[in-house]
Write a protein that binds this ligand. Structure first.
Ligand code: SF4
Length: 378
């Protein structure tokens, strides 16, 4: 009796919230539906630092961020491809590829052509700006082996974009994203929470608006202050204060929840740690395990939600989920100690990313649907 009442309690709350959002009530079962699909292509990456960019965005210093000060020579690309034992996707990052003159684009794309013919390169991916895409360019890219386009949109807020030195608007982003998808490319979006003029609401609104685009994946990079940028000047003059690590973790946790609840893979959270980044980093929420902190924070919310609904004294979880529930470097331990006097335990019986009390099971997907309702009414 108590068992079904407890289960019903959570199921009713989910159903009520889901129907408010105009969705089918979430199925109250332990399911894998919330698992994030992460593309697992091996990438052969090349950086073309700020090539093609019409101006330097205020936060950007690609040479410092990527540790690549020079663009690659086609001979080097060809040599690298020659050594590959299995197919890779070749990527050009760090600039505005589609804003390069056509001859320069061909200069790079041709370097991969032999690799494509030999089956060593499965496809090419590029990153570029949303205001540099049109039908003709997309036809050209497709014809030269590009299959994935990552658009650095950073924000969809007009004031934030303008201040960042990105002189396009939301309409441009939607139009170019639509074209990219219509032409059959895989579409990635890069977001940058914490820019000047941004706040929690604006960054969350950007994430929610991105759902209408239905990207195939996203990357989330909280704003850092890098030397030799306009943002560094603003920071020194006290005009800009970056997010603290804790603030950035919370903001990215909620942005991540929006995408995960909608089954949009997040393929990267936070910049890679490199020596040159360390040398150029003046301030901001950097941690080499930034993503681990974000997913730990989300796992903590998962437990908090179940505990608030059931008043349970202990939680059992799928064993593989335990490291995230305890949190990176044990960051959730204090909450567990205070709110789960009978502890957090592992089980091989439960499905991935599921947690349970004695009487109820709460999947990550069900949690995420509830959670994004909760944060949307914040
Ligand atoms: S953020 Fe992108 S578009 Fe802006 S300067 Fe850097 S590489 Fe160029």
């Amino acid at each position: 009796m108590e068992k079904s009442a407890d289960k019903k309690l959570i199921a009713d709350k989910i159903a009520a919230k889901s129907s408010r959002r105009g969705q089918n009530p979430a199925v109250f079962t332990c399911q894998k539906a919330g698992a994030v699909k992460t593309p697992k292509a091996s990438i052969l990456p090349y950086f073309i630092p700020m090539e093609g960019c019409p101006n330097a965005c205020i936060f950007c210093e690609q040479k410092q961020i990527s540790s690549h000060s020079e663009s690659p020579a086609p001979e080097r690309i060809a040599e690298d491809i020659e050594k590959l034992n299995y197919p890779h996707e070749l990527a050009f990052y760090g600039g505005s590829f589609s804003m390069l003159p056509k001859e320069k684009q061909l200069y790079y794309l041709k370097a991969a052509a032999k690799g494509i013919a030999e089956g060593k390169i499965s496809a090419i991916r590029i990153s570029t700006r949303p205001d540099s895409i049109d039908e003709e360019e997309l036809t050209f890219l497709w014809g030269n082996g590009v299959r994935t386009i990552e658009l650095g949109i950073q924000s969809l807020d007009a004031e934030v974009l303008h201040t960042a030195g990105r002189f396009y608007d939301e309409k441009t982003v939607f139009a170019s994203a639509k074209l990219v998808k219509e032409k059959g490319f895989s579409l990635g979006l890069q977001l940058m929470p914490g820019l000047p003029q941004a706040n929690y609401e604006k960054d969350m609104t950007t994430a929610q608006k991105c759902l209408a685009i239905q990207p195939d994946f996203v990357r989330i990079y909280p704003t850092l202050v890098i030397a030799h940028t306009k943002l560094a000047d603003m920071y020194r003059k006290g005009i800009y204060e970056p997010l603290t690590l804790a603030e950035a973790v919370c903001r990215c946790r909620d942005i991540a929840a929006v995408f995960m609840a909608n089954d949009i893979p997040i393929i990267r959270m936070g910049l890679h740690n490199t020596q040159s980044l360390q040398e150029g980093l003046l301030a901001g929420p950097f941690d080499e395990a930034f993503g681990a902190f974000v997913y730990s924070a989300l796992a903590a919310e998962h437990m908090k939600q179940l505990q608030a609904l059931t008043k349970c004294q202990s939680i059992t979880a799928n064993k593989s989920y335990l490291p995230l529930l305890f949190g990176h470097k044990g960051c959730n331990q204090a909450w567990i100690k205070e709110h789960l006097p009978n502890g957090l335990h592992g089980s091989t019986e439960l499905q991935p990313k599921c947690i349970a009390t004695e009487n109820s099971i709460f999947s990550e997907k069900d949690f995420l649907l509830q959670y994004i309702d909760k944060i949307s009414t914040k």
